[in-house]
Design a binder for this molecule. Structure first.
Ligand SMILES: [Zn+2]
Length: 250
């Protein structure tokens, strides 16, 4: 049986975890250990009491999440924070969190997988932070209408704000929150962004700067990376894996 250390080392190296600076509270990597043995891998987007309860009920003892437990830590382990940790500890379930590395990875990253869902190949970096690209740009021959149709077939809720070109030559991808990506579009030579969520003021910006903005859901655009990493681990270490979904509509 593979050990916890085997899995953590593989995830850290495969995602180049240490290369990304990330937010101070992200604490990418192993956030909670278990007794050292792993028999089933899980993948979820968010840390939370309910996903943790579902994971342990499914027999998972190594859970990968995109949004980990520590964004606003340190805080006392009381109330829901206690319940999160207690749920995992009592079930001997380790927690491994991986945020920006799993957005930017060229094969396992949310943005590479978003591009491939549209049949596009990422060709240049987008949203470079501390030397690492989080998003990507793909050349495209798809019309705007085709992009919208495809997204609407893949995602339950799509908001389409279409003031850019009807046949964009390139498309930018930024999973999750795309607010910081919008000001970088035109400078990157692209007028079309596929992202998870934006803020209200982006509508006027789209009109003024002639942009196409497609919002497919923060959660929905970030299921891909954790699933891809869990599936790869499952194959490599010959362990079962399961995605723990929630009804997060954002
Ligand atoms: Zn996110």
């Amino acid at each position: 049986m593979p050990t916890l250390t085997d899995l953590v080392t593989y995830c850290d190296q495969r995602t180049r975890r240490a290369a990304y600076k990330d937010a101070p509270g992200a604490f990418n990597g192993l956030q909670l250990a278990n007794d050292g043995r792993v028999s089933k891998i899980g993948a979820a987007v968010d840390a939370g009491v309910v996903p943790f309860q579902k994971a342990v009920a499914a027999g998972i003892d190594f859970l990968i999440v995109h949004h980990g437990m520590y964004w606003d830590m340190p805080r006392p382990l009381t109330g829901p924070a206690y319940t999160r940790v207690a749920t995992l500890l009592h079930a001997n379930c380790a927690l491994y969190s991986n945020h920006l590395p799993l957005d930017g990875h060229p094969e396992l990253g949310n943005n590479a997988l978003l591009a491939r869902q549209l049949g596009l190949q990422p060709s240049r970096p987008f949203l470079v932070r501390d030397g690492e690209a989080i998003g990507n740009i793909a050349e495209s021959r798809l019309t705007r209408a085709a992009i919208r149709r495809k997204l609407e077939s893949l995602y339950p809720r799509v908001i389409a704000i279409e003031y850019g070109s009807a046949a964009p030559k390139a498309v930018a991808f930024c999973s999750g929150s795309g607010y910081s990506a919008v000001p970088e579009l035109l400078a990157s030579g692209v007028d079309t962004l596929i992202t998870g969520e934006l803020r209200e003021d982006c509508f006027n910006r789209a009109q003024e700067e002639k942009l196409n903005l497609y919002l497919c859901g923060h959660y929905a655009t970030e299921v891909h990376g954790v699933k891809a990493l869990a599936a790869e681990l499952s194959k490599k270490f010959k362990l079962p894996w399961e995605f723990i979904g929630t009804e997060n509509p954002f």
